[in-house]
Design a binder for this molecule. Structure first.
Ligand code: UDP
Ligand code: MG
Length: 305
């Protein structure tokens, strides 16, 4: 009998632990064709999340628990789930049930038809701020215009992936992973599954603005060299301006010239600093790879042998 692994990262989700477990368990129990395991990853929460998860893992051997030594982030938490998953396919869902577990059987049907990645595509997002909706929409459009691989718009990490894809993703040694891009990079037979993204069942978003910015920059920097072309464009513009200024020496008044030269000087300096910042983002990533520190540290596991 084939096995399904459901991967659920959790960060400060004490209100959601039991609701999430009950709902996922109810759906999986009704799927008689496959056995299953539920992998919870506690991403360094300091509330009662770990305590509640430990209780569940104690009474249900199908529940595996991985607990991080501190908060490493959502992408490392999903990566750990993929590493320890033993199923023939894995389904990644959020703890807040925004991506409804009751859709799992439909995704499994597409998997049975031969698709190796079934990614959830949001046709509607409920209960999100206008700011989040706008920035998310812009991000997917910008990312796609820059990226070397085509990354489906309006998709998150909610998806089903086949064992072949899990194995492929597990071989990627890079740090600062942007999994949504890596699934596209890996290839395989992929299809979308349209769904309505619900409101968070309880609690508040754990994706702070800082975490969203990190995810967005991991996506863009990890999948595009195009921002570096901006340096060439800016230097060309500056070169043209300085030529025009040189020509104007023979035409305009000298006071006006002194003023424009001062402006050009500060303008060039800010552009040079901006280009240095752009370069530093790429250098930071090279440095992260060179240091080769682990993307997460596990402090405790349950039902993992
Ligand atoms: N999460 C995590 N580590 C983090 C932030 C979030 O494991 O540092 C988990 C969180 O518990 C949830 C999922 O990632 O299961 C998605 O987070 P959230 O629902 O807060 O994000 P949003 O849906 O608002 O983008
Ligand atoms: Mg959410």
């Amino acid at each position: 009998m084939k096995k399904i692994s459901v991967i659920i990262p959790m960060y400060y989700e004490e209100e959601m632990v039991n609701i999430c477990y009950r709902e996922v368990k109810r759906v999986l129990k009704n799927i008689r064709k496959y056995t299953y395991e539920i992998i919870f990853i506690n991403d360094g929460s300091q509330d009662r999340t770990l305590e509640l998860l430990e209780k569940i893992a104690k009474r249900d051997s199908k529940v595996k628990l991985i607990s991080f030594s501190r908060n490493f982030g959502h992408q490392p938490a999903v990566s750990a789930g993929l590493k320890y998953a033993t199923g023939d396919a894995a389904i990644i869902i959020d703890a807040d049930l925004q991506d409804p577990p009751r859709l799992i059987p439909n995704m499994l049907k597409l998997w049975e038809e031969g698709y190796e990645v079934v990614y959830g595509k949001r046709k509607k997002r409920k209960g999100e701020t206008i700011f989040k909706l706008f920035t998310a929409k812009m991000f997917y459009r910008i990312l796609n215009s820059l990226s070397t691989v085509s990354i489906p718009k309006d998709t998150g990490d909610f998806r089903l992936i086949d064992r072949k894809v899990i194995d492929a993703i597990n071989t990627f040694p890079e740090h600062n992973k942007f999994l949504r891009g890596l699934y596209s990079y890996a290839g395989f037979k992929q299809t979308e599954y349209l769904y309505e993204r619900k409101e968070r069942t309880a609690g508040e978003t754990k994706y702070t603005l800082k975490k969203m910015v990190k995810l967005a920059s991991d996506g863009i920097i990890g999948f595009s060299y195009k921002p570096l072309t901006l340096i060439l464009i800016l230097s060309t513009i500056l070169f043209i301006i300085s030529i025009l200024l040189f020509i104007s020496i023979f035409i305009w008044h000298k006071y006006y010239l002194i003023f424009s030269i001062t402006c050009l000087f500060s303008f060039s300096t800010s552009i040079i600093l901006f280009c240095l910042w752009l370069l530093s983002i790429y250098i930071k990533r090279i440095y992260d790879e060179a240091k080769n520190r682990p993307s997460y540290i596990i402090s405790e596991t349950k039902n993992i042998y």
